[in-house]
Design a protein around this ligand. Sequence first.
Ligand code: HPA
Length: 240
Amino acid sequence: MHHHKDCTPTPHIEAKKGDFADTVIMPGDPLRAKFIAEAYLENAVLVNNVRGICGYTGYYKGKRVSVMASGMGQPSIGIYSYELFNFYDVKSIIRVGTCGSMHKDLHARDIIIAMGACTNGSFAAQYRLPGTFCPIADFDLVRRAAAIAEEKGLTYKVGNMLSSDTFYDDANSALEWAKMGVLGVEMESAALYCNAARAGKKALCICTVSDSFIYPEENTTSAERQSSFTKMMEIALEIA
Ligand code: HPA
């Protein structure tokens, strides 16, 4: 779809123009969006609930901020981030997700700040570029996230992520990407970074390691994934 100026509400978001803050924090899971709004935001108002993709706008330490879910995978975050950047004038999107890790120095609950996002998907084919585009995060958001992680004494790494189109991968190919130093695998960052680049906006993905390909015994449960990722959310809220 091409970009028209005033097409709010959009096919996927019922909010009115102006309902979103300049920065949107974006977990994959709608229940996590609700959790962030209830636990951290003051005066949070529900601005979207189409398909249960809840979006809220409220205040964190006096600053207006929004939180909305992306759903899972590049097609899903591709739709929501496109509409937020291009139709709601959102300036920055900070994805807060979980990932698997292929790095020996990263364990469950450690943090990856995705400076770049490799992919096995074809999201960037639409741009018809005569080569391979490198989806990257906004440098200012990266350095602020790293500074906060440092200050909080968290175990984190900044580097490449793999945005995979398959969670259940027949070839177990995440391990192939590890030989190129790729730290983790999730399913959304590359599309988010492409949309930010195309719209001239800013994006970052911060992930908590939920499972390790090196230490499978450490894997977290879905209940832990729902509520135990406060550190990452605090980083996102601080830089918002
Ligand atoms: N693969 C893809 N996405 C993920 C994973 C994984 O192992 N863990 C959390 N999100």
